[in-house]
Ligand binder design. Structure first.
Ligand code: SAH
Length: 434
């Protein structure tokens, strides 16, 4: 598209350049200072010398000719600035430069300029130049102020960009990456870099489209799991298929990202997968993610530990209390003075409630269930464990959902919610209210 602006934004190397500044007032002084800082050899010509220029001369930073401008001053100059308050002098400088083909800037007079000076915002490791083509210097300054206010954030983004360059996933290697609970904002910088750079992504069904779409469209994205089926014989077949695919793709020389919800090492089979890769001689690396307990607790403002109400937090897998892992979770031995974060427990909520009470947890112990935490459609249910089974039955709670139990398991009132989460939130409370 043709630009409607005749000025091409460039950054000019002025170190060692011979620069003439005509005028020695405030504006000329600032220009001269910026040039000296960048290593230019500066000469100032002016009949009257202002404070800034005089001080710079006293420091030996530039040369001053205290007399009116003469056209011969332009000889040998690489770059010229006119900043006098006499339009005739400015015009003489500008036309002399044009004749000689020397780039010239006339302060506050873009029509006479062959180059203009942008508003500049500098931060750690970057310089931003803002131009309105000289038409609206006030607006350019306002944008510069806005950029200055965001200098820290800009530096952080720059740093992220720098790191991403080093994050190209290596060929023939598998990164086992945590994708967090679902909100793309909760990815780590490293995870994002790997997702963007992968040759192929093998992901869990719990990783949402909002995260997968951060990878280029052309990146193949493979999912073996069907929604819901995470235990039993079907799960074992799927797990074998995942192991085989990772090994095959890595052997083909692909940079493989194995993307898991939450953290790969918390109820994520990351350990099993790594052992399989190690046995096959495939290099691998873990990248942590925000686990569902941490993401959901923050999303609804639950203090997993609290100096007065919870001195520990225990991560448990609810489905492991039954079936082939019978007895794997003994609610009698988990600390009662802390918070339980029970993953994959909602389908078994009724028996979990019974197990908790059998193990001596008072029936008025608070619980909160977060369904679809950190995703659009997040729902929250709370009550006391005496009413847990009833709420799960009537609430129609579906996976993924996490169950928090303990004296600190109620959300802290008054916390602000993220809009996406708050929009569809529904709060149900049992009669055993506290
Ligand atoms: N590795 C994952 C856990 C995988 S097991 C992690 O660290 O979070 C799957 C279980 O995690 C689900 O059954 C549910 O209990 C929990 N879970 C995962 N994502 C969730 C979410 N967005 N909201 C609520 N619970 C979630």
């Amino acid at each position: 598209m043709p630009s409607n602006d005749r000025f091409l934004p460039v950054f000019l190397d002025v170190s060692g350049a011979r620069v003439l500044v005509v005028g020695a007032g405030f504006v000329a002084g600032r220009r001269a200072g910026g040039l000296v800082d960048r290593g230019a050899v500066v000469t100032v010509v002016a009949a009257v010398i202002g404070e800034i220029v005089a001080a710079a001369e006293a420091r030996g930073e530039l040369r001053v000719s205290k007399r009116p401008f003469e056209p011969g001053d332009l000889e040998g100059a690489d770059l010229v600035f006119a900043a006098t308050d006499d339009p005739k002098v400015n015009e003489a400088v500008a036309s002399g430069c044009r004749r000689r083909g020397i780039p010239v800037n006339v302060a506050d007079d873009p029509a006479r300029c062959t180059f203009i000076m942008p508003a500049i915002s500098e931060g750690e490791g970057y310089t931003l130049a803002v131009s309105t083509s000289g038409r609206n210097p006030g607006a350019a300054r306002a944008i510069r102020e806005f950029l200055d206010d965001h200098a820290l954030e800009l530096s952080v983004r720059l740093e992220r960009g720098r790191r991403r360059r080093h994050l190209r996933p290596a060929a023939g290697k598998v990164h086992i990456v945590g994708a967090g609970p679902g909100d793309p904002d909760l990815l780590t910088v490293r995870a994002l870099g790997l997702i963007r750079g992968a040759d192929v992504i093998i992901h869990d069904y719990l990783v949402p489209e909002a995260i997968l779409s951060l990878a280029p469209e052309r990146t193949p994205k493979i999912c073996f799991a069907r929604r819901g089926a995470t235990v039993g014989h079907g799960a074992a077949i799927k797990q074998t298929a995942i192991h085989e695919a990772m090994v095959r793709l890595a052997r083909e020389g692909k940079a493989v990202v194995r993307l898991k919800s939450g953290d790969p090492l918390i109820f994520g089979r990351g350990g099993e997968e790594a052992e399989h890769l190690a046995a096959a001689g495939i290099p691998f690396e873990f990248v942590p993610g925000i686990t569902a307990a941490a993401g959901c607790a923050a999303s609804v403002a639950i203090a997993l530990t609290h100096r007065e109400r919870a001195s520990s937090v225990t991560f448990l897998a609810g489905h492991e209390a039954a079936g082939k892992f019978e007895g794997a979770v003994d609610f009698g031995t988990v600390p009662k003075d802390g918070t339980l974060a029970i993953y994959m427990g909602v389908r078994r909520a009724e028996s979990i409630a019974a197990d908790l009470e059998k193990a001596g947890w008072p029936e008025n112990t608070p619980f909160t269930i977060v369904e679809n935490g950190c995703r659009p459609g997040q729902r929250l249910f709370r009550g006391t464990i005496g009413g847990l089974a009833g709420i799960v039955r009537t609430g129609g709670i579906r996976s993924p959902a996490i169950l928090f139990v303990g004296e600190s398991a109620f959300p802290i009132a008054g916390a602000e919610k993220r809009e996406t989460a708050a929009a569809a939130e529904c709060i149900q409370q049992t009669r055993g209210k506290r």
